[in-house]
Design a protein around this ligand. Structure first.
Ligand SMILES: C[S@@+](CC[C@H](N)C(=O)[O-])C[C@H]1O[C@@H](n2cnc3c(N)ncnc32)[C@H](O)[C@@H]1O
Length: 247
């Protein structure tokens, strides 16, 4: 309830005045949501769930997001002429994004569900088995790992999905920014030329852009854009697209 109230109030302030919204963000520090950055919290959260029911962070409806990915992929395929794509949802939790993609992708792809809690990956696997299409051209992998130290080679992924994961990492009061930078560096390292990192967040764009600038400035092949992207519990969400240009 507290979170919903905070989001709605922030949304109201943002419409009223950007500077007031910044002040409100600063005063948000009185509400302690740092538990969202703790592995123990997510372990307990996923282990407590008696059913394989999904929890979808930030987006009430994921169709538009899946369409954004599919339309990017068709252009990307023409540009890169790849015969195999790699797509990862890092910090996937029990989100259904990759499950939806698996149903709609028509070219050979490796889909990676990654999280540092194994239980949500077991639930993901269960849901994939239930809905698996024999005709699917996708292979799906489930990997327990930390987003700040990705166990992949450089320049692998064509699409990287971060829906709410960087947000969680940033909630760590002491090390949030440092961990977020590790996560972003790993994402950029493993992103293929021509690929995109998509972030869905309810963080104020001023704050997110300030953070992203710190990484973009280190590379001459990155660009960033964002747009308002639907509502979560009555407040605005944003989709950031970080593109690694082909040089
Ligand atoms: C806010 S939830 C978002 C879940 C999912 N992406 C969604 O949209 O529903 C954050 C997720 O990130 C995972 N996570 C947080 N920090 C992580 C880290 N350092 N490494 C791997 N996973 C992490 C949590 O276990 C949790 O599943």
């Amino acid at each position: 309830m507290m979170q919903i109230w905070l989001r709605q109030t922030l949304s109201y302030f943002r419409k009223l005045s950007p500077s007031m919204s910044r002040q409100f963000i600063l005063s948000r520090s009185t509400y302690d949501d740092s538990f969202l950055s703790k592995r123990e919290y997510w372990l307990q959260n996923y282990n407590e769930k008696q059913t394989k029911k999904r929890m979808e962070w930030l987006l009430d409806d994921t169709d538009e997001f899946v369409q954004v990915i599919l339309s990017f992929l068709s252009t990307h395929l023409q540009q890169t002429r790849k015969d195999y794509l790699h797509i990862i949802d890092f910090g996937c939790g029990t989100s259904s994004i990759l499950l939806q993609l698996q149903k709609e992708i028509y070219f050979p792809s490796n889909l990676w569900c990654l999280d540092y809690v194994t239980k949500c990956l077991q639930d993901q696997r269960h849901n994939f088995i239930q809905t698996c299409h024999n005709s699917s051209k996708c292979k799906v992998y489930f990997l327990t790992a930390d987003v700040t130290a990705l166990p992949f080679r450089d320049r692998l992924f064509d699409v990287m999905i971060d829906k709410g994961t960087l947000d969680s990492v940033l909630k760590d009061k002491k090390n949030g920014i440092e961990l977020a930078m590790h996560m972003l560096k790993e994402a950029i390292r493993t992103l293929a030329p021509g690929g995109i990192l998509l972030q869905v967040t309810d963080e104020d764009p001023d704050c997110r852009l300030t953070l992203l600038d710190k990484i973009i400035i280190l590379h001459d092949n990155l660009s960033v854009s964002f747009k308002s992207f639907g509502n979560s519990y009555g407040t605005e969400c944003f989709m950031f697209t970080i593109t690694k240009k082909i040089i």
